[in-house]
Design a protein around this ligand. Structure first.
Ligand code: GLC
Length: 620
């Protein structure tokens, strides 16, 4: 125990260290205990934690205390996020300051700046090929500009999320350059092989992330090594079996925390540990590393939480939010990829049975110290993460259903309302992913603007009510369509994800309050959803989320178990009217007949509640 006479600042650091010791130490022992440098590593890590705490600005230390007192701050109904690229939204960091009113008008309390650290030149995988973690992308501004934006956001009650890429660095990062120049210690930070045998052996069980433009998982270089490159050739996988990687990344993580960041999005975490004979995804050590990293943040920058990006199957995703021995100790947030995939699947088929099965079977009704990042679109493609078993459970054939969804969203069928673009077609596995903006995938380009609008608003109402932090992807609040101009940019043309990464249309945004255009109706509708979410405290993410069987394949129902009484959220995934009996609603706890979303009392027709195409209600 620290001495009670210690200076308050030291005392609190010691207490936090003690609080997290049982989270941190067993993980480090298990991961690195047998490494010859272990003792020195532990000393260096202690020093790094202490230094980061000493350097932490006073205002952030105050925020640390506040969040220690209010640990549910990120689970509350007033949290709503907005995701954008700085250059595409506002040109530069300074430009972002000019648009804070817009964000507040929409009702946003969290922003995710897409990768904003210094990337390599040219194609940088949208900034995920980082050359220097301690510098801001010079096209966006300086570190001082960044801190100024973070401060202003905080003053407005908006949390800031940025990316920290853990699996790889750019091959232009100083460590990678030193490794290529022959520095042995630097080579040990990566996965490098002198001969092709081991890469070939690992490759037998690996999947290809970018089979189209970056096939394989290893790259051979002139300096005589095979380097592990899971993603693109220019992204070199870090070797997390080396404690120095843990140490250096922790220093970077805490340095970023001290710039005023609230949420660190830990990128591509599933790939961080390699084991021969496996897919090298979501290995148990990944969760140990993530628990240890979270403990380090809780010691030296406890206001900061971790969002873990693992776009994997439901069963594989949940552990990122802490299960078993990691319960409540790993990620605070993880993307609810299944909710996103199931939204699109049910929208195409106008049938929610698979959605109800998957979301109702594989997910617990609540999580410890954690919640989901709920979203419908993001900067990435949509991969059809539906298992054969889940498909079979509702009478579907897995491969056929996945192929159907790709074809539907590519826009191939006569009855498809979508217009998307294929991404990374894998001839060997038949896997096809889809790019496209929410509006274009929802029907805007196919002459169904009114229905597209209703589909978008239903999606936003779903992610706002489900439980988690809803993330609105830039442009989706204005129903911005696909942008095909990426095909003229040599750095982007090979990557169809750029079709849904347009520049913000500020001319449209300027007319957002008029109400007489589709984009204005979309903005006002989304704004209304977020306002009603704020007004509905029962949507707090810690309250249970239970999927309810409706007996009607067109309807998806989720009940939020608020202590003040259940909130039953209904969504009509079809383009026909649907009816729900008043008795059924009563049996599910509806007594006030108040729709918290429209803020109106609902009236029954006969004994039925009538729901128009793509209706959404949050009944209490
Ligand atoms: C994540 C990002 C994706 C990127 C990949 C490699 O999945 O979301 O955009 O290509 O990581 O960093």
């Amino acid at each position: 125990m620290p001495k009670a006479t210690a200076k308050p600042d030291d005392l609190i650091f010691q207490l936090r260290k003690a609080r997290s010791a049982s989270d941190l130490e067993p993980m480090l022992d298990a991961l690195y205990g047998s490494h010859p440098d272990y003792a020195r590593f532990r000393k260096d890590l202690d020093k790094a934690l202490a230094t980061a705490w000493k350097d932490r600005p006073a205002d952030l230390k105050q925020l640390d205390l506040q969040r220690d007192l209010e640990p549910d701050w990120f689970q509350r109904a007033d949290m709503a996020g907005y995701v954008f690229y700085i250059d595409r939204f506002a040109g530069t960091l300074k430009g972002v300051l000019d648009h804070l009113d817009y964000l507040q008008d929409l009702g946003v309390t969290y922003v995710h700046f897409m990768p904003c650290l210094k990337p390599r030149e040219g194609d940088s995988d949208g900034g995920y090929s980082v050359m220097d973690y301690r510098q801001i992308n010079p096209d966006y501004g300086t570190l001082d500009d960044f801190k100024a934006v973070a401060t202003q956001l905080r003053e407005r009650g908006i949390s800031l999320c940025i990316d920290l890429v853990l699996n790889h660095t750019a091959k232009e990062h100083e460590w990678a350059r030193a490794a290529a120049a022959g520095d042995k210690a630097a080579q040990d930070l990566y996965w490098m092989f002198d001969t092709p045998e081991l890469p070939e052996a690992y490759s037998k069980t690996l999947v290809e992330v970018f089979p189209d433009n970056a096939p394989g998982n290893f790259t051979h270089y002139d300096f005589g090594k095979w380097v592990w490159t899971t993603f693109n050739e220019h992204q070199w996988d870090l070797n997390w079996t080396n404690p120095r990687v843990f140490l250096e990344i922790t220093k970077i993580m805490l340095h970023l925390a001290n710039t005023g960041v609230d949420v660190l999005r830990l990128d591509a975490v599933a790939f961080m540990w390699k084991r021969m004979g496996t897919r090298c995804q979501s290995e148990p050590e990944v969760h140990m590393i993530l628990q240890a990293l979270r403990a380090c943040s809780r010691i030296a920058a406890p206001a900061v939480i971790h969002l873990e990006e693992a776009i994997v199957s439901p069963q594989e995703m949940l552990p990122y939010l802490g299960r078993g021995k990691h319960d409540g100790r790993e990620g605070n947030l993880a993307y609810h990829n299944s909710l996103m995939v199931q939204f699109w699947s049910a929208l195409a088929t106008r049938d929610t049975r698979l959605m109800t099965h998957v979301l109702g079977t594989h997910f617990p009704d609540r999580l410890t110290n954690a919640t989901y990042a709920t979203y419908i679109r993001c900067h990435d493609d949509i991969g059809w993460a539906v298992t054969d078993e889940d498909a079979a459970a509702v009478g579907l054939n897995g491969p056929a259903h996945r192929a159907y969804l790709s074809d539907f969203y590519e826009g191939g069928f006569a009855d498809s309302f979508a217009q998307g673009v294929l991404f990374q077609v894998n001839e060997a596995t038949g896997d096809k992913r889809i790019s496209g903006s929410f509006a274009s995938l929802a029907g805007l380009e196919k002459g169904e603007p009114e229905l597209a609008l209703q589909r978008i608003l239903m999606g936003h109402a779903l992610i706002a009510a489900f439980g988690g932090i809803p993330l609105i992807y830039m442009g989706d609040e204005l129903a911005m369509p696909n942008d095909y101009s990426y095909r003229n940019n040599p750095d982007h043309a090979h990557d169809s994800r750029w079709v849904h990464r347009p520049a913000m249309d500020w001319a449209l945004a300027a007319k957002r309050h008029s109400g007489n255009s589709l984009s204005s109706q979309c903005f006002l509708g989304t704004q209304h959803i977020l306002a009603r979410r704020r007004a509905t405290a029962g949507l707090h993410a810690a309250h249970p989320t239970t999927i309810v069987e409706t007996g009607n394949a067109a309807l998806f129902a989720v009940q939020r178990g608020a202590p003040t009484g259940p909130i039953l959220c209904l969504f009509n995934f079809s383009n026909h009217w649907q009816h729900v009996s008043g008795g059924w609603l009563q049996r599910h706890g509806i007594t006030h007949w108040h729709d918290a979303l429209s803020d109106q009392i609902v009236t029954l027709h006969g004994d039925h509640l009538a729901l128009p195409p793509y209706a959404r209600v949050w009944l209490t």
